[in-house]
Design a binder for this molecule. Sequence first.
Ligand SMILES: [Fe+2]
Ligand SMILES: [Fe+2]
Length: 341
Amino acid sequence: MARNLQSRRSFIKTGIAGSVALAAGGFPAMASQPSSSEAGRTAICTQGDLGVRIYSDKVKEPVKLMLISDTHLWMSDSREDPFREYSNRMSKAYNHTKHFQTLEETHPEEAFRKTLEIARKVAPDAIFHLGDLVSFPSEAGVEWAREQLDATGIPWYYVCGNHDWHYEGMEGTEIELRNEWTAKRLSTLFKGRNPLLYSVDVKGLKVVMLDDSVYEILPEQLSLFREEMKEDKPSLMMSHIPLYAPGFPVSYGCGHPDWNADTDRNYKIERRQRWPAGGHSETTFDFWKEVICSHKEHNLLATFAGHVHAQSSSLVDDWPQFTLKANLTGAYRIVEVLPIP
Ligand SMILES: [Fe+2]
Ligand SMILES: [Fe+2]
């Protein structure tokens, strides 16, 4: 199934050829193209450092999205005092950062504020934050971020990252801690939506927000995903942890065959439950296979993730995945989804 290098080459060629021909006003004829009348036709090209354009004949009107991930805000106030033993390490993790373009000194708060200034100028139809908004479930951090996002006047949506709900050293499984601290500290970011999986419609484009911040997919999430995909709409999916793609390390960990106790190098530092000896659940693998094998029938045009703090793109059996540089350096991505001219 996996043909990473070969696919990447053909992906790059198709993307470039597609973008050139489209600029001239049409979709390129590809006589050897397999029948795609049901799945529709797509072309993807990147725009400079930050842009991704996705053309699809399923899309009726242009949609522009701003994607942000891994801001890692670390501010706190006296409400955090009873929890300092659990947040101490991460509260110091990203205090000083360098801007991804200018290399000037910055920090997560400034990087986020400036990113939202750019959002006001770019005027996307919606902003999506893909998690690790905060480095620990800081009430002060969450409140500040929410105020900043609301002040843009642009609709915004959020999905959990593995640090957003994690107090290091606190007793409990990853799933228990996620449930507890998402409910206690992050619920205002979801505005009543299901934090585990929800979707929004942006001008006819469905965007599925999936919480895979424990690396695993729960049976409930797989069912919800299948329900969402029944709707005949062009879709994108966003999650915090990238899905496995051949050639990438276990940080691309949702569905990674090497994800298990032996490859978990950080559980002691992060003072959390070690990844299971047997690796992923069947449900997680079923989910991965469903995305890779059925993305065309599902009209799932691409998936996006954060967590790895690096920009990457990959193609596995025509399923494109993009990851984002961390916003703690000021980085973001603009994704345009466009009809084929
Ligand atoms: Fe992160
Ligand atoms: Fe993360």
